[in-house]
Design a protein around this ligand. Structure first.
Ligand code: MG
Length: 261
């Protein structure tokens, strides 16, 4: 083999190895730790670095093609998980979880989407770990991005603020203090099933917390649940977005969504 051909071959090999390496770090791992290496809610899983996201701002305006799911005009687009009117409190431009009123969901159903929402954890902060400012936003009523107050509060990594619950800790902890408004911007791709109900491609999420990237195209292992990672089961292409009543008076405002296809 000539010297030039050898160098060309060697370079091609390096490019291939490099590409494979890149793919590995943005695939299943979502740029984070491979989910299979950790037990669910593993207390030894490392907590991400704390990053100050900068100060809160006013509500982020909805783009022209967005569906506004909640501004300050009440809960007419929401219902509880029995299909009855949502009984959360609405005041001063936000909705607030009412303990035991149950989780609420949108009446409209969605698949692939870009979702923006703003939330604030209770002030003063009470409780520790999972008991401090717990709620959650569920895409398709099944795939949860955790809402929790992890400003000066620690819990298991895969259940902290902005974790894809039970699967992926956020890449960084970008929490603002309790009482301050925080943002989630979520790009969600639903799972795809074939006609026989077999999984063709998993759900994926890219998430920004207070403008900071916390999930980079993370590939979900299935629905998110407490203490287990169940496999996918076939479900409709569109399902509601839901917000969790975990007994803590979380506030939400300015929720809008753009459908993607
Ligand atoms: Mg939760």
């Amino acid at each position: 083999m000539g010297k030039v051909a050898y160098i060309v071959l060697l370079s091609a090999a390096f490019v291939l190895i490099g590409a494979a390496g890149c793919q590995e770090s943005v695939g299943r791992e979502g740029g984070s730790q491979p989910v299979e290496e950790w037990k669910i809610h593993d207390p030894d899983r490392p907590l991400p670095q704390v990053v100050d996201p900068g100060p809160a701002s006013g509500p982020v305006p909805a783009p022209a093609d967005a569906i506004v799911l909640f501004d300050d005009k009440g809960l007419s687009l929401w219902e509880d998980n029995k299909g009855q009117p949502a009984r959360w409190k609405v005041e001063n431009g936000y909705m607030e979880v009412v303990k035991k009123a149950g989780s609420i969901r949108t009446k409209q159903k969605f698949g692939d989407c870009q979702l923006h929402l703003e939330w604030a954890a209770p002030l003063p902060a009470t409780g520790e770990g999972q008991e401090r400012g717990n709620s959650g936003v569920f895409l398709m009523d099944k795939y949860e991005v955790q809402v929790l107050d992890c400003y000066d509060n620690t819990t298991y990594a895969d259940g902290m603020t902005a974790a894809i619950y039970g699967q992926y800790p956020p890449l960084v902890n970008a929490c603002r203090p309790p009482g301050e408004w925080q943002t989630y911007d979520i790009v969600f791709r639903r799972p795809r099933f074939d006609l026989a109900g077999k999984l063709m491609s998993p759900a994926r999420m890219t998430v920004f917390h207070n403008g900071v990237l916390v999930h980079d195209n993370a590939e979900l292992t299935g629905p998110t649940e407490h203490k287990k990672r169940p496999p996918y089961t076939v479900h409709p292409d569109k399902l509601p977005v839901s917000l969790q009543d975990h007994g803590n008076p979380l506030r939400f405002r300015n929720i809008w969504l753009r459908e993607l296809e």
